[in-house]
Design a protein around this ligand. Sequence first.
Ligand SMILES: Nc1ncnc2c1ncn2[C@@H]1O[C@H](COP(=O)(O)OP(=O)(O)OP(=O)(O)O)[C@@H](O)[C@H]1O
Ligand SMILES: [Mg+2]
Length: 236
Amino acid sequence: MPALVELIGATHRYADVVAVDDVHMALRPGELVFLVGPSGAGKTTLLRLINREIRPSSGEVWVDGLPAHSLRPTRIPELRRRVGVVYQDYKLLPRLTALENVAFALRVTDLQVSDAEAHDRALDALEAVGLGEKADAFPHQLSGGQQQRVAIARAVVRQPPLLIADEPTGNLDLETAWQVMKLLEQISRFGTCVLVATHNLEIVRRMQRRVLTLVDGRLVRDQPAGRVGRLAWASS
Ligand SMILES: Nc1ncnc2c1ncn2[C@@H]1O[C@H](COP(=O)(O)OP(=O)(O)OP(=O)(O)O)[C@@H](O)[C@H]1O
Ligand SMILES: [Mg+2]
């Protein structure tokens, strides 16, 4: 199966810091992959390269056949439609209901979608994350875990081939974090490649999925699913 995401010697410098350093990696469709490493290791920078928020200083970043490293700005929306994004702080619009948040995301990225269709698809996505009953709630009326599930529904409503999540459980207690991770795992089972940057090593160990470890911008370890033992980067 061809790679869905491929980095070839990807390097990113911010002024004097080399945040991502000569990374080679490939992700396949339907894989759930964790990205771990100490604070400042380059996890967020790597996700931003994949989403073409930034361009590599050198090397290549391929996403679903598109060259993110050399993509013309006019083609960025084409790439973004293929990548769902989930953040630590949810980033929901506070004045819109859960349903409106999801429907709005669909409409701004695809002007062909009618109001009625956006409504139906948003409701389907909320039901898929177990929040059909909260469709009319505003973000402040939802728990952190529920808000994150709305954000996940928003990210997957167009069924992108890739979902990237930057510390999606960082604001959640362990039990809620576990539920959110199980939801991401379920999404990957439907064929979406899911890449999750996280500090939650307890969950990573329990899930036994592929783990990529970054230290000082370098990919120092790539552990296959089912063989995740020690995760302490100090030992690598
Ligand atoms: N916009 C920026 N300008 C300059 N340096 C930056 C910028 N963003 C990140 N850096 C630096 O790049 C390095 C990698 O940062 P990055 O945010 O990618 O790490 P991270 O692994 O996501 O860390 P954390 O676990 O704390 O979120 C760090 O040294 C950081 O200080
Ligand atoms: Mg980060």
